[in-house]
Design a protein around this ligand. Structure first.
Ligand SMILES: Cc1cc2nc3c(=O)[nH]c(=O)nc-3n(C[C@H](O)[C@H](O)[C@H](O)COP(=O)(O)OP(=O)(O)OC[C@H]3O[C@@H](n4cnc5c(N)ncnc54)[C@H](O)[C@@H]3O)c2cc1C
Length: 473
């Protein structure tokens, strides 16, 4: 190692510093590069000293890191947080959008559009996703005790959930569900028409019944994403190093021909060298990323394994919003938690409502398989409002002009549960995607699973983890 000091003009502003130059033995690409060493277990990055740099033409910065996470939605953020908190591994979080969560109009990422219910009420206690959700619920409670992740930071509200029946047949389904939830240890209380009206007076008087689960909660998905990022950045001050590359879509990955392992990941401005592994947490875009590394050994994910399922969510300002005590959802919504071959033909609208901590009312939601189109659809907005009015009559005075529209592409997994595990045929690649309408709920347990897989602590994986492994068909 030489001890020459240089100033690396042109590097990202937050890492510009005078540094010792060392010739890294670590990566084959390091030969002939200038590298910046931060810490033994930290990142090493630098720039080619080429004529291009001298001329001011952009060139590639090398980043060496233990784990590269692609995608800074709630799943990538929870994974980063778990790794930084529980291991000494350095982490680089690479995100196509400049902001976390991505909320620019119609950008499509799901996390910024999420409504925020952290519920068990509408899930099936016999499903794998139930176990992931139950573990996540208790992990969220734990996270609330951590710096930057307090109840105020994520706008946590213990407001309970109310599933709603409009027909007598649905009321019978609620009563059966009450028994199943009780069997799984959840205190669920069936409310008949009168009791429901007393509990939630804003509801239409024609409701047939409701199921109250007081232990369910909600948060603000946007606030939670920002808080998770801040929490990761605060852990950076400790043993582990954390770097964010925001506004840098991953455009390519290079694999080793014989082992199938990923050697490097490219953005337009960086080449990232992951020492331990790469986590693909790119939601609906995951098949695109998997395609970059597909080979004979790693056949990749089919586009149909994870598809974008577009969702509209409407936000009504507090000044126009009726007050509700609990999170509300029509019982028909539960069908979205079953394994299915989704049809591209129909737009599905099911009623949900949650009141944010500031009093605005979030009204959901639509589901459509229409590719990566993130534009608002006036007919869908009208249909969500119409459906919401049939549950909350005070919304009759509200028009489409009164609401802000959020659009997100849920990562729909046709097997009805997410893929969380190794990418077959690629020894250092992991996938955490396909959480559809549940990523805010399932994020913490997914992050913990990923952390254990990447850190090779597989002996402490919960029993249900095997079922979440990726299946390549
Ligand atoms: C209307 C709506 C309401 C919802 N309500 C709830 C709810 O109440 N409760 C709940 O639990 N869940 C809810 N969800 C679901 C939840 O939002 C998603 O399951 C979750 O956000 C998925 O997170 P993710 O990190 O997998 O994906 P995303 O949030 O989509 O993040 C993926 C990230 O990968 C990035 N990316 C893609 N390609 C690249 C690339 N090449 N390079 C770098 N980065 C890339 C994207 O920019 C994006 O930021 C809702 C979703 C919608 C749309």
């Amino acid at each position: 190692m030489s001890d020459i000091c240089v100033t690396t003009s042109g590097c990202s502003a937050d890492y510009l510093r005078r540094v010792k130059v060392q010739k890294s033995q670590h990566s084959p690409a390091a030969r002939g590069f200038i590298h910046i060493a931060k810490a033994p277990r930290g990142y090493i990055f630098g720039r080619r000293l080429t004529k291009q740099l001298q001329c001011g033409i952009p060139c590639t910065e090398d980043v060496e890191v233990d784990v590269a996470i692609v995608g800074a939605g709630v799943i990538g953020l929870c994974t980063a947080y778990s790794l930084l908190r529980s291991t000494n591994l350095s982490v680089a979080l690479i995100e196509a959008n400049r902001q976390v969560p991505a909320t620019t109009p119609h950008c499509g990422a799901a996390t910024g559009a999420g409504q925020g219910y952290i519920w068990l009420a509408h899930r099936d206690p016999s499903s794998i996703a139930w176990q992931l959700a139950a573990e996540s619920q208790s992990l969220w409670q734990e996270l609330l005790q951590r710096p930057h992740l307090g109840a105020g930071d994520v706008e946590w509200q213990s407001s309970g959930s109310l599933l709603l029946a409009r027909e007598s047949v649905e009321a019978e389904q609620l009563q059966a569900r009450q028994e199943r939830l009780r069997g799984a240890g959840i205190a669920a209380q069936y409310l008949d028409e009168g009791a429901l009206h007393a509990e939630e007076p804003a509801l239409h008087s024609s409701m047939a019944g409701g199921l109250l689960v007081s232990s369910d909660s909600q948060l603000n998905g946007r606030a939670a994403a920002k808080a998770l990022l801040a929490a990761c950045q605060s852990l950076h001050a400790g043993a582990s190093a954390f770097r964010t590359l925001l506004g840098h879509p991953v455009v390519d990955m290079a694999t080793d021909g014989s082992s199938g392992a990923i050697q490097s990941i490219a953005t337009r401005e960086h080449r990232i060298w992951p020492r331990e592994g790469i986590v693909i947490a790119t939601g609906a875009w995951t098949p695109h990323l998997a395609r970059m590394i597909s080979s004979a050994q790693a056949p990749g994910l089919a586009d149909s394994d994870i598809q974008p399922r577009k969702g509209h969510l409407l936000e009504l300002p507090a000044s126009l919003a009726p007050a509700i005590k609990h999170g509300l959802m029509e019982i028909g919504y539960a069908k979205h938690y079953q394994r299915s071959e989704a049809s591209a033909e129909d737009t599905d609208i099911t009623f949900t409502a949650t009141q944010s901590a500031s009093g605005s009312l979030l009204l959901g939601s639509s589901r459509e398989l229409c590719g990566f189109d993130g534009k608002p659809d006036h007919a869908v907005i009208q249909a969500i409002l119409e459906r919401a009015r049939s549950f909350l009559p005070a919304l009759h005075h509200v028009s489409a002009a009164d609401v802000d529209v959020r659009i997100g592409l849920r990562p729909y997994s046709r097997r009805g549960m997410p893929h969380v595990g190794r990418l077959p045929g690629c020894p250092n690649a992991f996938v955490a995607a396909g959480h559809e309408g549940s990523g805010l709920t399932l994020g913490p347990a997914t992050g913990e699973l990923m952390c254990r897989l990447v850190a090779a602590a597989e002996e402490v994986l919960p029993a249900y983890a095997a079922a979440l492994q990726l299946e390549i068909q």
